[in-house]
Design a protein around this ligand. Sequence first.
Ligand code: B12
Ligand code: SF4
Length: 445
Amino acid sequence: MRLTLIKPTIGRPDHSLYVDEARMEPLNLGVLAALTPPDVEVAMWDDRCEPIPYHLPTDLVAITVETYTARRSYEIADEYRRRGVPVVMGGFQPTFAPQECLQHADAIFVGDAETGWADLVEEARWGALKPIHHGEPGRPQTGVLTRRDLFEGKGYLPVSLMQFTRGCRFVCDFCAVTKYFDRKHHIRAIDETLAEIEAQNRRLLFFVDDNIASDRAALKELCRALIPLKINWVSQASLDVTADGELMRLMADSGCLGHIMGFESINRASVREARKAPNLGKFDRYATQIAILRDHGFQTWAAFTLGYDHDTVDGVRATLDFALENRFTFAAFNILMPYPGTPLYDRLAAEGRHLYDGKWWLHPEYRFNAASFVPARMTPDELTEACFEARRAFNSIPSLLWRFSDLKTNLRTLARARAFWRFTPVFRREVFKKHGMRFGHFGHR
Ligand code: B12
Ligand code: SF4
């Protein structure tokens, strides 16, 4: 039996072929391949960098689908099904919009693949594929190692993705993780995590955990185990971690270069509205937390979410100033996006504030990084423009040089300086390439 795994792209700008230079390994497909019965031949295609060879014979196609990639995923699925090949979809979009996905797939997989994927493959082998499958969200890949051979030659950024935990204990209202994991977190055994590290050959790791600091005791244990390995790693963590001095020291000692951290807003009212509990302690516009992060040499990727009911155009500009003042290694000025299944989505629906018929991810007029709802104190276009302007200014060359020349973070060690120049310019380029991109390859249809 032959299985084809597909990572779809978001779309492409009009009249051009788009290659995502910031693409990282699609970890979920490497995990899926590892969970597949060993006698099945597995191929993987990444739509972000190569054409899909529809003509190659295959018995089952499996697509990983996020909300952003839904439209493109449906195009790919429709083409395979037109050729008589059964298609299965899994990931966040099938989990939260199952009926929509079932219009383009023979089967969907709701939840994590660890329990149930092998059974689904057997059903497909015998021509008895059931349309809906459920897997319990749980510990990352118990007993299997990611099939990284599938990633070779695809030009991914030089960082190995893996997971230590899944889920998060907080309930931010815009976050798709909240409902998916129901506030629980699931922790991989330390020896299995170390085996995953040893089975790959990079010294820079990205733990793609939703919030690696959700269980501080577990993270301390991991850090202690990482210290002898002399690697560097990055992850995603909530800001409350800065309150734990022992953990901050352990992270630094174990080679942590920094995290993606959700600041979301510099306006306390917006932080409350987002229900961003880890940011709601003593509110001195984050000065204390940032000082601690800098003292530990962390290269922070600050994530902002803009468009809450208390946000204004001036507030977006103030957020940019704040990001520049603090010389974050990278900052994302994300528009607040209502993803299906989130409390935010339901609230905006109840208030009648969705644009694009409430399904921006399918709408032919919607463009990447545009507001998809009516904000309270700006027009949707003002929000879109203000965020783009913030991205443009933050990613200007003078800003890049100003942020780089920070002795406490980016210039602290050679590894940090290297990481800055290896990744920051690529993320910068992608910001401009992706802005205004249409979804799917046939966005006019
Ligand atoms: C790492 C990460 C990134 C990395 C990119 C990694 C990469 N390889 O390219 C970075 C930081 C760059 C990133 C960027 C973005 N991300 Co992101 N990201 C993640 C994160 C934290 C982990 C993803 C991961 O690798 N998980 C590990 C794998 C093993 O787990 P998994 O993907 O969930 O797969 C399991 C199941 O879902 C299921 N499964 C998945 N696919 C399939 C397919 C089949 C056939 C089957 C059977 C099962 C199955 O089985 C798998 C194994 O159990 C997730 C959160 C999450 N929990 O997934 C967010 C997440 C996927 N990202 C999200 C978003 C919104 C974004 C951005 C759009 C943010 C922005 N505004 O710019 C961007 C753009 C993404 C893009 N497509 O270009 C949202 C998506 C929400 C949604 N409804 O689609 C998530 C869920 C975060 C959130 N809190 O809401 N992201
Ligand atoms: S802290 Fe981060 S991962 Fe946790 S619910 Fe909030 S946004 Fe989601």
